[in-house]
Design a protein around this ligand. Structure first.
Ligand SMILES: Cc1cc2nc3c(=O)[nH]c(=O)nc-3n(C[C@H](O)[C@H](O)[C@H](O)COP(=O)(O)OP(=O)(O)OC[C@H]3O[C@@H](n4cnc5c(N)ncnc54)[C@H](O)[C@@H]3O)c2cc1C
Length: 412
């Protein structure tokens, strides 16, 4: 067998996991090349703890190369083009030929699409934004805090709700003298609509317990930093501090090379993540994956953009590519199961787990809020930021044992 080259674009959750999985599955005659424009890898779920001051910046990011298995070639460069015919990627640091390509470029944030957001709002959706928000909280004299989902789709459907609860908890417990009222605005009809009305109601109750006012069906049009007002299609509201989940879009490169559909995301086979190009796969937030079941006949659902899915998809694609290269029939396929630990403050969390491919509608259950799920999220963070050689050890064993105890098939 001659050596093959697998190029992975993007070293975030999906790309990093696919790279490491490929390296552990394939012998060294095969090249695994990972290209990312960032030399640092930050664990996005921890941005919420960065925002509340529960983490220091250096606790939630690592040099990407420290998280890669030995024998991976890491190229610190931006991908600029893909030539599917000649099977090569053009980057700011030269061209790379591939036999197999995995596109894991994630979703870009586009705050500039809503006038006034860049100037008038914070965001915990980036590492730097979460750090700045922590400073803003420390200086906050009190008043109305608006957490606003600017547009759909956005990554991690739980994150705005977690953020609202953690912000309420931060002021209630750490700065009780400051009166902060937290409001959550979203274009959605309920919290986490993809998971169905029962789960939505359970999250609503969690928000209510924290005194958070939830405002569904609110479409942000513009923000005026001078008057501290946000204009929604439904009316104008004033705020003292705003944290926005900005509009998301696929990176320019995937549009330019013609990989996207009309909605602007990369359509893939929902079980195998093959794109329309032979031996070219796409995984994670950059993809568009329709869900077979639905809550309303006329409203199609899409698989949420979440790290847990990017991780699972990476393992499946790596297994399929390795099988094909080794002359075996690829059998790994995605079944649509996923989970989410929903931080609620006071070191407590809820845990949603379910089958997003279930019919007639996704079957997702929210487990009773408790400390175990919060500990699970902390362990996941530690596991994720550990060097690959350590992952099978302490944190991985604890996560697997916890999964077994609660009957949840977590495989770390
Ligand atoms: C605040 C917050 C909390 C979250 N919490 C959770 C959670 O609790 N659970 C969960 O499952 N998910 C969570 N998520 C979502 C999760 O982080 C994403 O879904 C996940 O990172 C997607 O993985 P990905 O590999 O598709 O993309 P990413 O992880 O975004 O990686 C994309 C990579 O591509 C690189 N890249 C982009 N363009 C180029 C280019 N042209 N050239 C080279 N490199 C490029 C980027 O630098 C990046 O490293 C959260 C997200 C946020 C923001």
């Amino acid at each position: 067998m001659t050596g093959r080259t697998i190029v992975v674009l993007g070293g975030g959750v999906g790309g990093m996991m696919a790279t490491n999985q490929l390296r552990s599955r394939l012998s060294r005659e095969h090249r695994i090349v990972l290209i990312d424009r960032n030399a640092e890898h930050a664990f996005a779920p921890s941005f919420l703890w960065l925002m509340t001051g529960d983490r220091q910046p250096e606790q939630v990011r690592r040099p990407l190369k420290n998280l890669l298995r030995r024998g991976v070639e890491f190229i610190h460069a931006a991908a600029e083009a893909i030539d599917f015919e000649r099977r090569r990627v053009v980057t700011t640091s030269g061209d790379y030929s591939f036999d197999y390509l995995i596109v894991a470029l994630g979703a870009e944030l586009a705050p500039e699409l809503v006038p006034g957001v860049v100037e008038g709002a914070h965001s915990f959706y980036t590492f730097e934004g979460a750090c700045r928000l922590q400073e803003a909280f420390r200086a906050f004299p009190g008043g109305r805090i608006a957490v606003v989902v600017a547009a759909m789709p956005y990554k991690c459907p739980g994150a705005p709700h977690e953020a609202a609860m953690l912000i309420a908890d931060y002021f209630a417990r750490r700065r009780p003298a400051i009166k902060a009222q937290v409001h959550l605005y979203t274009p959605e009809s309920q919290p986490m609509p993809v998971a169905g009305p029962e789960l939505g109601n359970a999250v609503l109750q969690m928000l209510e317990k924290k005194g958070i006012q939830f405002h569904p069906m609110h479409n942000l049009v513009a923000v005026d930093p001078a008057t501290k007002s946000a204009r929604f299609k439904q009316g104008v509201v004033n705020y003292d501090l705003m944290a926005v989940i900005p509009p998301h879009r696929a990176p320019r490169l995937v549009h330019e090379v013609g990989l996207t559909n009309a909605a602007g995301w990369v359509p893939v086979n929902a079980q195998t993540f093959e794109t329309s190009h032979e031996r070219v796969f796409a995984i994670g937030d950059v993809t568009a994956i329709p869900i077979p079941g639905r809550w309303k006949p006329d409203v199609p659902l899409m698989l949420p953009k979440a790290g847990v899915f990017a991780h699972d998809q990476a393992e499946i694609v790596a297994a399929r590519i390795a099988a094909e290269i080794e002359g075996r029939k690829p059998t790994a396929s995605f079944c649509g199961e996923g989970y989410c630990m929903l931080e609620a403050g006071e070191d407590l969390a809820g845990f949603a787990y379910g089958d997003f491919f279930a019919q007639p509608a996704p079957h997702v259950k929210l487990h009773q809020i408790g400390k175990a799920w919060h500990i699970g999220k902390v362990l996941l963070e530690r596991w994720w930021l550990s060097p690959p050689g350590w992952r099978r050890g302490f944190y991985g064993s604890l996560l697997n044992a916890g999964g077994k105890m609660y009957g949840i098939p977590i495989k770390m």
